[in-house]
Ligand binder design. Structure first.
Ligand code: NAI
Ligand code: MG
Length: 358
């Protein structure tokens, strides 16, 4: 019987509300599976920074290396400089642990109406694979003489052949397990160095997967397709910045940002991977008990999938589907169910003896 050690980092704001519900869902599914999960909580994030001057302690990364996976909420507080959360926490873990894949599925759950009303469940089911370690977010740059008339600022994007090859191979292998199509979302018509290089290398890798259809689409056109023709997508491979923006759009066409789950994945398993909802700490609704926990719960399912517990992962996704079909709705989807009530409804379905459909 496998035992997985999971580091739990709720973070700030609604992270503290949705992550405990996600942990309860994971405990429920483990209780009826042949593996166990042991959770260890860490109080890190912007709140921790207020008291300790750091988002995570000096030995934080060493501590996390002992775990099989990291289950994370979100970091950031309105009173803390908002350039710090990414730099001091999220990017630090993603980069130190070589989590170069940001896996972000987008699908319309049964029982939910997409704002794109004519679309059905079968039309909205794709994954955004966002390159997670380099590109536009390397934070290589400088602000010079900010107050002076000759003040200037530079941010340099960095793309490496090995980084692009790795994300491309992950995407084509993923497509082989899905509907066998990869769309490279790019902007090489204007970013004529970095993204021409990106396209060239993705195209080289595409030739090694003749069974997978390959297309290249510019991001402006892709954004329109998210709304007008989402059924054209199966696996989207894209850069760090483009993937960040498009996956929030993905959350929106699912019905709410609160629904989106994700994994920051180190496919080689040299380091623990980290699983988190796609949204942030939502200070506007924090403390009210109304945050939608489904993105966090789905992230738990993606975590179990990564750990090889496919059946248990499927049970969580079915639990989400059945709970939504029963009519329970969180506040962001126009309903009135609290964070805890949504969690309980999903746990009830997971624990019910009924054989779950896929
Ligand atoms: P946000 O994702 O926290 O919120 C955007 C909007 O979506 C808000 O109106 C919020 O109420 C709503 N929303 C988000 N999640 C929801 C949920 N589960 N249920 C119901 N409604 C939900 O983005 P925002 O406002 O731009 O950022 C807030 C803070 O979060 C900032 O400090 C930011 O830096 C941080 N952040 C952290 C991330 C991370 O830790 N990975 C990612 C994105 C933002
Ligand atoms: Mg984002």
């Amino acid at each position: 019987m496998g035992n997985y050690k999971i580091a739990v980092i709720p973070g700030d704001g609604i992270g503290k509300e949705i992550v405990p519900v996600g942990v309860k869902v994971l405990e429920a599914v483990a209780s009826i599976s042949n593996f166990s999960l042991s959770f260890t909580d860490f109080p890190w994030g912007a709140g921790y920074y207020k008291n300790h001057g750091l988002f995570l302690p000096k030995d934080g990364l060493e501590v996390l290396k002992q775990f099989d996976a990291i289950y994370f909420g979100a970091v950031g507080l309105p009173e803390i400089d908002d350039t710090l959360p990414a730099m001091s926490y999220t990017f630090k873990i993603r980069n130190s642990f070589q989590q170069y894949v940001n896996y972000r599925p987008v699908r319309l759950f049964p029982g939910l109406k997409s704002p794109i009303a004519a679309k059905e469940q079968k039309d909205i089911d794709f994954v955004v694979v966002r390159e997670n370690n380099e590109g536009e977010f390397v934070q290589a740059g400088k602000i010079l003489y900010p107050g002076a008339p000759n003040g200037l600022a530079i941010d340099t994007s960095i793309f490496t052949r090995s980084g692009i090859e790795k994300i491309a191979h992950f995407s084509f292998k993923l497509a082989q397990k899905r509907r066998k199509k990869v769309t490279n979302v790019t902007k090489s018509n204007t970013l004529v160095h970095s993204l021409v290089f990106w396209d060239m290398i993705i195209g080289e890798v595409a030739q090694q997967y003749p069974d997978v259809a390959y297309e290249k689409v510019y991001v402006d056109n892709a954004a329109a397709s998210f709304v007008l023709r989402p059924e054209r997508f199966d696996v989207i491979v894209t850069t760090n910045l483009i993937g960040d923006i498009l996956s929030d759009l993905g959350g929106a066409i699912m019905g709410s940002l609160g629904l989106g789950g994700s994994g920051n994945i180190n496919p080689e398993n040299e380091f623990p991977s980290m699983f988190e909802p796609i949204h942030g700490s939502a200070p506007d609704i924090a403390g009210k008990g109304i945050a939608n926990p489904i993105g966090a719960i789905w992230s738990g399912a993606i975590m179990l999938d990564h750990l090889g517990e496919l059946q248990a992962s499927g049970k969580i996704v079915s639990g989400i589907e059945e709970a939504l079909l029963s009519g329970i709705k969180p506040v962001d989807l126009g309903g009135s169910a609290s964070t805890d009530q949504i969690g309980e409804a999903i746990i009830k379905r997971i624990l019910s003896d009924k054989k779950v459909a896929n």
